[in-house]
Design a protein around this ligand. Structure first.
Ligand code: GDD
Ligand code: MN
Length: 376
């Protein structure tokens, strides 16, 4: 084994130092767990491996199936995460919990080709690369199971990523790769836990410091269950590109929050107009009505879009809404206060107004992410 690779713990079942950890993120994959395990066992004979399934508390009880497997085979482990969702975050947690010098990430649904793993491992162990990517878009690879729309979107995202982030490999959107754990650990603190695109994030964050090799594979079709990629994944993708382009200065969350806020202004005026004109309410009542309407719609939109990975549900919505009203009311005071002091220094109405609005949105964003959509 290569000198550069750290010694690994000894695998209790083979007595050999562990060579490979396979991290398998799962969400509602109970029917695929055992099938994948069998395929791994067959493909990895002669290799000391472990499999770490990282399950986000799947409603179908995937973690139960994994745990039963772990009870009879010590090479299998289950990480069950509660109150969190996200493919990238699950992969990061799994890799950091792994013990072998090389770690693969692989989908649970049998769409990735486990027979490529020994080849990928050989490339890492011979120190020919730091990262090996299973690629659909090089000679010999394919993604025939994609429908037209999905294929088109995948191509578009791939070319955006390559151009904007200067990424040179053919398939940075692949979910199938193997990396040296020590290299991954260096990058981990800078990776985003939101979204789907962990490989893209790893390559962009490394900024050319990783030696990357691609090997072809055929992206198969799902046997059981369904894909968790929805249209919102496009948003995640844009967010990642934005964050990497600005070196994390601009977060998509903040932009979405500000966007929702500007929709709120429109809602406010619409409410004010309806109350004054159609309901013939006095101005103060109408203004208050507009404000409450705008705060409510902002809250709902943020819960749906900006914080969809931490979406409040049931009674939590009511509690969140009340706290949000409170946060926004204080935000309004801050807004007016700042605008006022700017106006005192420099009586330019739009400058003072903009400063106040910026203060308001920054306050609302910072405080509501602490108290309304706080990470549990
Ligand atoms: N723990 C966890 N949490 N696992 C998740 C989550 C989550 O929130 N969402 C999805 N997964 C798991 C699924 O259970 C599956 O094992 C794997 O991640 C891939 O999810 P799919 O829903 O099957 O994704 P896909 O097949 O549409 O997309 C695949 O191909 C893309 C390339 O086109 C993935 O490999 C993507 O990463 C890849 O970009
Ligand atoms: Mn899949």
């Amino acid at each position: 084994m290569n000198e550069a690779i750290r010694p690994a713990p000894v695998d209790p079942s083979t007595g050999m130092p562990r060579q490979l950890s396979v991290v398998v993120p799962t969400f509602n994959e109970r029917d695929n767990v055992v099938a994948l395990y069998r395929k791994l066992s067959a493909a990895l004979t002669g290799i000391a491996w472990e499999a770490i399934y990282v399950d986000d508390n799947s409603p179908d009880g995937t973690f139960d199936v994994v745990r039963k497997l772990a009870a009879i085979d010590p090479r299998v482990r289950c990480i069950r995460r509660i109150g969190r969702r996200g493919l990238s975050g699950a992969c990061i947690e799994g890799i950091l919990a792994s013990s072998a010098p090389c770690t693969a990430v692989m989908d649970a649904d049998l769409q990735h080709d486990e027979t490529r793993l020994p080849k990928m491992l050989a490339l890492l162990e011979s120190d020919a690369a730091d990262l090996v990517v299973g690629s659909r878009y090089i000679e010999g690879g394919s993604a025939d199971s994609f429908d037209k729309q999905r294929a088109g979107f995948s191509m578009l995202a791939t070319s955006v990523a390559k151009r904007l982030l200067h990424i040179e490999i053919a398939d940075p959107m692949s979910g199938f790769f193997m990396i040296r754990r020590d290299r991954f650990e260096q990058l981990a603190p800078e990776l985003s836990i939101q979204g789907f695109k962990i490989l893209l994030d790893v390559i962009a964050t490394a900024r050319g410091a990783l030696r990357v090799t691609e090997i072809p594979f055929t992206f198969g079709s799902r046997l059981h269950g369904e894909s968790k990629l929805d249209s919102m994944v496009a948003l995640d993708f844009l967010g990642l590109v934005l964050a990497k382009l600005t070196r994390d200065a601009v977060s998509l969350r903040f932009l979405l929050f500000a966007l929702v806020g500007s929709v709120g202004v429109v809602v406010h005026f619409a409410g004010l107009f309806v109350a004054l004109d159609a309901l013939r309410w006095p101005f103060p009542h109408s203004q208050a009505f507009g404000a409450v309407l705008a705060m409510t719609s902002n809250f709902l939109l943020n819960n749906f879009l900006t914080y969809r990975d931490q979406r409040l549900k049931g009674i939590g919505i009511l509690r969140g809404l009340l706290v949000f009203y409170l946060v926004c009311s204080v935000g309004l005071l801050a807004n007016v206060g700042v605008a006022f002091s700017v106006y005192n220094q420099e009586p330019i109405w739009w400058l003072a107004g903009a400063a106040g609005a910026l203060m308001g949105v920054v306050w609302n964003y910072a405080v509501s992410s602490l108290f309304v959509w706080r990470r549990r």
